[in-house]
Write a protein of this length. Structure first.
Length: 201
């Protein structure tokens, strides 16, 4: 009896080890070999990891192996405490990435950015139009904040808007950036330049 229980325990442990090894191997196995086309994958605001993982599998970005699926990736993320840490936005995802690499990319928020150029002399409505055309921020939403005296005061600007305080330059922004984020970055560029010029005098 005892011998039978011991054998059963050994076999059970071996089976669990084999299963664990297989799942770990799956987490470290890419969906495809190197050379496959990179896919643009978008995560919406508030989207859960299980929904994202299902879409990753449908898009061919997770390996299709026996006993492995989106739930395994989600379970691993929960084990690490990062299942609610994925960031929204656009990603360039290579099918040659392993599921663990994909998860790390989504958690760190390595989102795709897009270049937008603002020549010198643009009015706020023209800045807003360029942001809207590039899909960075809706023009109306940007203008509402750019003409908001509250954000101007928060930046130390003595005025009712940020007209003339956004530095003309080529920037890289992620899609659906918050207007405040854009304004603060462009204003920060102007402040940085002003400080550099002052230091040189």
């Amino acid at each position: 009896m005892k011998r039978g229980l011991a054998i059963a325990a050994i076999l059970g442990s071996a089976a669990l080890l084999a299963l664990g090894g297989w799942l770990w191997s799956s987490l470290n196995t890419p969906a495809r070999s190197a050379g496959a086309d990179v896919a643009v994958f978008e995560i919406g605001s508030g989207e859960t990891l299980i929904d994202v993982a299902d879409r990753l599998e449908s898009a061919g970005l997770l390996p299709r192996r026996a006993l492995f699926g989106p739930a395994v990736l989600v379970s691993w993320a929960r084990l690490r405490g990062v299942d609610r840490e994925i960031k929204s936005g656009e990603y360039d995802l290579d099918p040659a990435l392993t599921p663990l690499d994909l998860l790390d990319k989504l958690v760190t928020g390595s989102v795709k950015t897009h270049a937008v150029t603002f020549p010198e002399g643009l009015r706020l409505d023209e800045v807003a139009a360029r942001l809207g055309s590039a899909g960075i921020s809706p023009a109306e939403a940007f203008l509402a904040r750019a003409y908001d005296a509250d954000i101007a005061r928060s930046l130390g600007i003595e005025g009712i808007d940020v007209e003339g305080y956004l530095y003309p330059e080529t920037y890289r922004f992620r899609r659906n950036s918050e207007p405040d984020e854009i304004i603060r970055r462009m204003y920060g560029e102007l402040q940085g330049l002003s400080k550099a010029e002052t230091a040189q005098k």
